[in-house]
Design a protein around this ligand. Structure first.
Ligand SMILES: Cc1ncc(COP(=O)(O)O)c(C=O)c1O
Length: 394
């Protein structure tokens, strides 16, 4: 959206945020009315507003939304309406997307490996916060910003913690023994110096954040530098079948206590929630195109919004919407499923517990897929969905 359009519509209000989405009272109403050939992305605006309020009221620092979790403009605008002003972006496209959709947003380029062009363009577009996990990346940032003196530099630490259902260690993060040297070096060019880390996605133990904060404090102490800011990253969980994490507020309590205990009581603090902000605010409704015994062929799959259902075999709460008004069987079967592409990787082991009499034309609703659903969609074989609806009153 262009700036003039934004000004014309204003930057608040449901009309602006929902941007012409059809609005329904239930997912069943939506899939029946849309008569869509593709799967349907469902957005629950009230759930997003509630979750954003819990972060904004409960976490004592600044909340950066991790755009990768769901970059749809409707989500970005709805978060803006809820009061989120800060965004963690991972690529130049995400920089452009957020800058164009929300011209007043503060952007943090928190991918520890960026191209030179991305650093240069992002800086020219006003981005000042960058992360790095090696001296070579730090030097790239310095060179491509012409040794700017207004940089906020975050060393991504390779913290050693346990408790995440989806580990993010291994690929990124400075080794803890090298971190002090990197902090000393970055102090020379940073206007504001910080550390960041990621305890892993869907972190089931609040104490993992406390452990990571302790490791960050130890690195800063060994370096003899004062940190201006500490970014505790993403990883906040939501409830999925078989995964019942402690309440979000318990995570905030543990994090705040660990910050105080490690000498960060007056240090600016950030977090970067993705999943926990948006997962419950979305669902994906996929239609059964064919049933073969206990195998269902769906119109969405691992090359689409159901990547997480198929590849890491993530368990989602399910609903079944019948294509007609028949009473569904009480007997439940654990189904396997296939996505629509011709690739044999496009399969989902499940088992997906659904009524014994599901049939072609019924819709399987994967709830809590507001995160890492639409953002994972490829266009392989021409199967992808651009249909998003809002379901209100939930
Ligand atoms: C740098 C960074 N920040 C935040 C997030 C969001 O994590 P989550 O969705 O687990 O909250 C990720 C996810 O990969 C990430 O890489």
């Amino acid at each position: 959206m262009q700036v003039f359009e934004l000004l014309r519509h204003g930057t608040t209000g449901n009309d602006w945020a929902l941007d012409g989405l059809n609005i329904y009272a239930s997912v069943a109403d939506a899939v029946h009315a849309e008569e869509c050939n593709d799967s349907v992305h469902v957005f629950y605006p009230e759930k997003l507003a509630d979750k954003a309020a819990r972060f904004l009221n409960g976490f004592r620092g600044t909340n950066l939304y991790a755009v990768k979790a769901n970059p749809h403009p409707v989500i970005l605008k709805s978060l803006w309406n809820a009061g989120v002003r800060d965004f963690d972006v991972a690529s130049l496209r995400e920089v452009e997307l957020v800058a164009n959709t929300l011209p007043g947003a503060n952007l943090y380029f928190m991918h520890p490996v960026k191209s030179r062009q991305a650093i240069r363009y992002a800086y020219a577009m006003g981005v000042r916060a960058f992360s790095f996990d090696s001296l070579d990346e730090l030097i790239k940032i310095e060179e491509e910003t012409s040794y700017a003196t207004d940089l906020k530099l975050f060393l991504r630490l390779g913290v050693s913690v346990k408790g995440a259902a989806y580990e993010l260690t291994g690929k990124f993060g400075a080794p803890l023994d090298l971190a002090p040297l990197m902090l000393q070096r970055a102090r020379l060019s940073a206007q504001r110096l910080g550390v960041c880390f990621h305890v892993g996605s869907q972190c089931m133990r609040p104490e993992a954040f406390a452990d990571a904060i302790g490791q960050a404090a130890a690195a800063a102490k060994a370096a003899g530098v004062t940190l201006d800011v500490i970014d505790v990253g993403g990883g906040f969980p939501v409830a999925y079948p078989g995964m019942e994490p402690p309440a979000l507020e318990e995570y905030f309590r543990v994090i705040h206590a660990a910050l105080d205990a490690n000498g960060f009581a007056d240090t600016a603090t950030l977090c970067e929630p993705g999943r926990a902000l948006v997962a419950e605010a979305g669902a994906v409704a996929a239609r059964i195109e064919l049933r073969k015994g206990e195998e269902l062929y769906l119109n969405d799959g691992t090359y689409g919004a159901l990547f997480d259902a198929g590849v890491p075999e993530w368990p989602f709460p399910l609903d079944l919407i019948a294509s007609d008004d028949r009473a569904m069987s009480q007997e439940v079967i654990g189904y396997r499923a296939y996505g629509p592409t011709c690739d044999s990787c496009d399969k989902m082991a499940g088992p997906f517990p659904l009524p014994a009499d599901v049939r072609e034309g019924d819709w399987v609703v994967f709830e809590h897929l507001g995160a890492y659903g639409i953002s994972m969609q490829a266009r392989f074989n021409g199967f992808y969905s651009e249909t998003m609806v809002a379901v209100t009153g939930k």
